[in-house]
Design a protein around this ligand. Structure first.
Ligand SMILES: [Fe+2]
Length: 359
């Protein structure tokens, strides 16, 4: 090719084939004015080959956070705060009031003589009691006194209030499903007329009525949430011991029970499920991963959980989170009990939950 011809060609304006990106961008700009966008530009980000999460592994050591929660006592009353709670913010999602993408977690404190006034909301809540006696949660007229290790449920739209009739502060872990409720933009909440509810039932009535192998005649045979208010540690803990003795121990999860809705055997709530697991001393768990990000609380003992190469060391009342689809394994240095909660029921009902028992 002569230099004259080459010069002539290089001065020629490029055709559509040669500047396709510019043509495409002009097209994207035009369709954007009609609120349209090309899926092919984002497809790999929205339909990922594996779960992608912003949730980070994290641990809150009780010996550190208890003091900080106690400091909030003189700063604000439960009436002013509605609930005196410090949020456990996942370090990967600061400012979003969540510990996983779908769960809120916080540590609530109620001081002697205080009342956290009655209200209700669409979000369901669970409490796992960390410290102290003589506080109660009243749910729909049943006052459940709470002791460490108790698992208390406040289901969707159930009126509830809290009080402390003892001499010591009481602290518990709150986990709520409001990130899920807010994803669907279906939140409602209401303060009740009186700060406390009229108690119609005795503490433990719901467990006696619904979790004793009998049901009140005429009770609904379909209910997607548990009618039990309090699954006490004193009743659940010995079952784990019996499972351990019977050899009913999973190599990943230890001797573990799932809290069940006694009406249908399903999860206690459609949005959140919980388990309690006992690990013998020197337990070395196999690796595991599942699509439900899980919050753990150490109710007893001492051990470690390795998550994708990061090791979290836990002891009594420490709270930690394992993100979705991250490989983890528990190890117990002493005989230990771990409480856990996740959104697994919601994922299972939507048909999207999966696990990998040998990652
Ligand atoms: Fe509440």
């Amino acid at each position: 090719m002569s230099s004259a011809v080459a010069s002539k060609r290089s001065n020629k304006a490029p055709g559509p084939k040669h500047n396709i990106e510019a043509v495409r961008q002009q097209y994207y700009d035009r369709i954007a004015k009609h609120d349209l966008a090309p899926l092919w530009k984002v497809l790999k980000n929205v339909v990922t080959k594996e779960p992608v999460t912003r949730c980070a592994p994290a641990i809150w050591h009780y010996r550190e956070i208890k003091q900080l929660v106690m400091e909030s006592g003189p700063l604000i009353t439960p009436e002013e705060a509605e609930r005196r709670v410090l949020v456990l913010e996942n370090p990967g999602m600061r400012g979003e009031s969540r510990i996983t993408n779908t769960l809120f977690a916080g540590v609530q404190m109620i001081l002697p003589g205080e009342i956290a006034p009655a209200h209700r909301h669409v979000s369901s809540a669970i409490r796992f009691v960390l410290d102290g006696e003589c506080a109660y949660t009243a749910v729909e007229g049943e006052k459940a006194y709470m002791a460490p290790g108790d698992f208390v449920i406040t289901a969707n739209w159930a009126p509830h209030d809290h009080g402390n009739t003892g001499d010591d502060p009481v602290l518990w872990l709150d986990v709520l499903d409001f990130p899920q409720v807010n994803f669907f933009e279906t939140s409602f909440a209401q303060e009740m007329d009186a700060p406390t509810q009229t108690t119609k039932r005795e503490d433990g009535d719901s467990f006696a009525f619904y979790a004793s192998g009998v049901l009140p005649d005429g009770a609904p045979i379909e209910l997607n949430r548990s009618p039990v208010i309090n699954y006490t540690y004193s009743r659940t803990r010995p079952i784990l011991e019996r499972m351990l003795k019977a050899g009913e121990t999973d190599p990943r999860h230890g001797a573990r029970v799932r809290y069940a809705n006694p009406i249908n055997g399903g999860p206690v709530l459609p949005t959140m499920g919980a388990c309690l697991a006992l690990f013998p001393q020197d337990f070395q768990g196999r690796k595991y991963r599942a699509t439900d990000g899980t919050v753990f609380v150490c109710a007893e003992g001492q051990g470690t959980t390795s998550i994708d190469g990061k090791t979290l060391e836990w002891s009594q009342n420490d709270i930690f989170v394992v993100p979705p689809w991250k490989t983890y394994a528990h190890a117990a240095h002493k005989q230990s009990v771990l409480f856990s909660i996740s959104d697994r029921p919601a994922q299972q009902m939507l048909g999207i939950w999966c696990e990998d028992t040998s990652p």
